[in-house]
Design a protein. Structure first.
Length: 382
């Protein structure tokens, strides 16, 4: 086994912070366990995080994404106080929101704090049927009003869409929506079985490959909106094409991606595990109110059973999966919620969002005429 626990994690570059567990929506595929409860992060937790990352920001900017629940549900005054705890530090603040609460005052708040804004939206109204409030009322019109307000106030919109029904037609609809809505960058998550969402997502492989291939075709025809997954796959393909020796992942390559919950508890690698426990105990690796993030990460790499089991699973992926150098071994949340263990290998998530993505994009690249198979579009608008 090549893995050494000391070499498990990359240097942290970003954090996810949960200012509020409450969400004003009740989306059908949501994985969050406490979205109907109001649990608010105290200022002391934000200050402890700020103290923890002080050594990190001496050499690099650290990305802080405020993610709920619905982070705007905590209110501007409180979110502003949490952000103020990081004053003077080299950090970049962002927020992932459902956009339904956005008004002019929020747009001004984002400008004042130089924040990037991620919006969760699945496409046109007919593709947003899962995004409803607690009265089962569609949220689409409110989401679009928020997006329009953001753009009218000069904010770029970085969208994340959940796709439950991957098909070529769904890919065309999604990309046309992103372009028409003025989305700067689009991330695509094939719906996953995780958290409180127990729906099994074992799609037909060919349909998923065709979804990704058609998404690539739509993007190449009009590369007005970047697509996160296409960037990753095309970047890898380009790297392989330009390499004389082949591509091989070298350890460490796992991002610890600490998620700090409202109460200061820290979950590593997979934000989707925050707030959950297995038969062996909580997935939390510690609390910033008692230990620094660096201490938690260092200790967890060596002493946390589920992380050790996950690492063994990554070793298994490396030995058996031909897509490993592209994928990197999948995510622990998908292994746990799909298989009930961390040491497993291939999951539905791997098949839908890694293997089918790679194969679908590769098919799209190969469809280019001979001599123009460079995956980068020849278009200055990209």
């Amino acid at each position: 086994m090549r893995t050494t626990r000391k070499g498990l994690f990359l240097r942290p570059r970003s954090l996810i912070l949960q200012p509020e567990t409450l969400c004003n929506l009740d989306c059908g595929y949501c994985y969050l366990p406490f979205r109907h409860e109001r649990n608010t992060m105290p200022i002391s937790v934000a200050r402890a995080v700020a103290d923890s990352i002080r050594p990190w920001v001496a050499s690099r900017t650290v990305d802080l994404c405020w993610h709920g629940g619905e982070p705007l549900a905590t209110g501007r005054d409180h979110l502003g106080s949490l952000i103020d705890a990081f004053a003077g530090l080299d950090v970049k603040h962002g927020v992932q929101t459902n956009a339904t609460l956005i008004d002019k005052a929020w747009c001004d708040f984002f400008s004042e704090h130089d924040m990037y804004v991620g919006v969760s939206v699945d496409g046109w109204a007919s593709d947003n049927t899962n995004r409803v409030d607690r009265g089962m009322r569609p949220a689409y019109d409110r989401i679009m009003r928020g997006i329009e307000l953001l753009r009218s106030h000069g904010h770029e919109v970085f969208a994340i869409a959940v796709v439950s029904d991957p098909s070529p037609e769904r890919a065309r609809r999604l990309y046309s929506f992103a372009v028409d809505a003025g989305i700067t960058s689009l991330g695509v998550n094939i719906e996953e079985q995780e958290g409180v969402n127990s729906s099994v997502r074992a799609h037909d492989r060919q349909s998923v490959e065709e979804f990704w291939s058609e998404l690539l075709c739509a993007w190449k025809a009009n590369p007005a909106t970047r697509v996160r997954e296409l960037d990753r796959a095309l970047g890898y393909i380009r790297e392989v094409m330009e390499s004389d020796t082949g591509i091989r992942r070298e350890r460490p390559f796992i991002d610890p991606l600490p998620t700090v919950a409202y109460d200061g508890s820290v979950t590593l690698i997979s934000p989707e595990l925050a707030g959950f426990s297995s038969d062996d105990g909580s997935f939390s690796s510690g609390n910033v109110l008692t230990d620094t993030l660096s201490e938690i990460i260092e200790r967890s790499a060596a002493d946390t059973p589920w992380i050790s089991a996950f690492s063994r699973g990554v070793d298994g992926c490396e030995r058996t999966c031909p897509y490993f150098d592209f994928c990197g071994g999948g995510h622990p949340a998908n292994r746990y919620f799909e298989q009930g263990r961390m040491s497993g290998t291939e999951t539905d998530y791997c098949r839908n969002s890694k293997i089918a993505l790679f194969e679908g994009v590769l098919q799209g690249v190969q469809l280019d005429p001979v001599g123009t198979s460079n995956p980068e579009p020849q278009n200055s608008a990209r």
